[in-house]
Design a protein around this ligand. Structure first.
Ligand SMILES: C[S@@+](CC[C@H](N)C(=O)[O-])C[C@H]1O[C@@H](n2cnc3c(N)ncnc32)[C@H](O)[C@@H]1O
Length: 301
């Protein structure tokens, strides 16, 4: 299995966002998502949702599934978002998603791609769970941006931004070349409709001297240029899943190990509120304190 960047137990919300002068980054991501996300829909899934920072953008969706590999991130999301029936919390790995084929009409994934060691497998899973013509909004960190180009020209950086291979600059932190990323989307039958570049003005000097609202506005004007060139450190792609029309799935979950859709339920109050047992491979998956856990299989005997 690919290596995974595990956020279990991390304090991502307070150690990265709150009090760390990142309102500009948060603001420009929100503008881009609001512009590309269909306003209304039935079933939206966010992969790598963390503490639910962006979940308020999904108000027009009937059902919202927040997935993360780290259970503690979803526990934080439960506290952050409060009691709202529309959210379903699922611990799962993007490489083995526990959802039936073609279930979701919309998918979002922001600040997750840069942790993925196996992008082709992740995109195949994304495409599999999207309905035909379903929309994916996926952000990735680019290696081909103005600062990297300038540093390379001035010989202050030893890696070449023109090289299309992914760059792992710190363990499990990757920057990607836009051309390479487009190839991966095409290979996964995800047809790119729109490209937005984000965070054009991510410079401490500008963040200090230009009012936040102006900087976000300036970035929002620059974002659509992503359809023609990509020279910013972050890129958001909107893509459609290309697949044959299929019958509408009824259940939501499948077994992440064997893909069976047949489960039976047992009560095991000492372990979980409920255990879902896969009828075919007999692995057990827990539902505990409002969170489905499809990461840790529970031995039945
Ligand atoms: C940088 S945080 C971004 C959180 C959120 N998307 C945001 O923008 O605020 C990355 C998240 O991706 C999750 N993640 C990393 N690898 C994953 C995987 N293989 N499957 C599911 N989630 C994963 C981490 O647990 C973490 O919560």
């Amino acid at each position: 299995m690919p290596r995974i960047c595990d956020y279990e137990g991390s304090h991502y919300r307070t150690e990265f966002w709150e009090g760390h002068n990142r309102r500009y980054e948060d603001g420009v991501e929100r503008v881009a998502i609001q512009n590309l996300l269909p306003r209304h829909g039935q079933r939206l899934i966010e992969i790598g949702a963390g503490f639910g920072r962006l979940a308020d953008l999904y108000a027009g969706y009937r059902q919202v599934v927040l997935v993360d590999y780290a259970r503690t991130q979803l526990e934080e999301a439960q506290r952050y978002l409060g009691q709202q029936n529309k959210f379903i919390y699922v611990v799962a790995d993007i490489y083995q998603l526990p959802f039936v084929d073609s279930f979701f009409d919309t998918l979002t994934m922001v600040r997750v791609m840069h942790h993925l060691a196996d992008v082709p497998t992740a995109l195949r899973e994304v495409q599999r769970i999207l309905a035909p013509e379903g929309n994916a909004l996926i952000e990735y960190a680019s290696k081909f941006h103005l600062k990297a180009l300038a540093r390379w020209v001035l010989r202050q950086q030893n890696w070449n931004p023109f090289d299309r291979a992914p760059l792992e600059f710190v363990e499990l932190n990757f920057d990607f070349h836009p051309t390479w990323m487009r190839q991966q989307f095409a290979a996964a039958a995800l047809s790119i409709q729109e490209t937005r570049t984000l965070s054009h003005y991510r410079l401490d000097f500008l963040k200090r001297h230009i009012p936040l609202a102006w900087l976000i506005k300036l970035d929002s004007w620059a974002q659509p240029t992503g359809n023609w060139w990509q020279l910013a450190p972050s890129v958001l792609l909107k893509a459609k899943a290309i697949k044959p029309i299929c019958s509408f799935p009824t259940g939501i979950f499948c077994c992440p190990t064997c893909r069976s859709t047949k489960f039976y339920l047992t009560e095991r109050p000492t372990i979980a509120d409920q255990l879902f047992i896969c009828h075919d491979c007999q692995q057990g998956w827990a539902f505990r304190d409002g969170i489905y856990d499809f990461k840790t299989a529970i031995a039945l005997h």
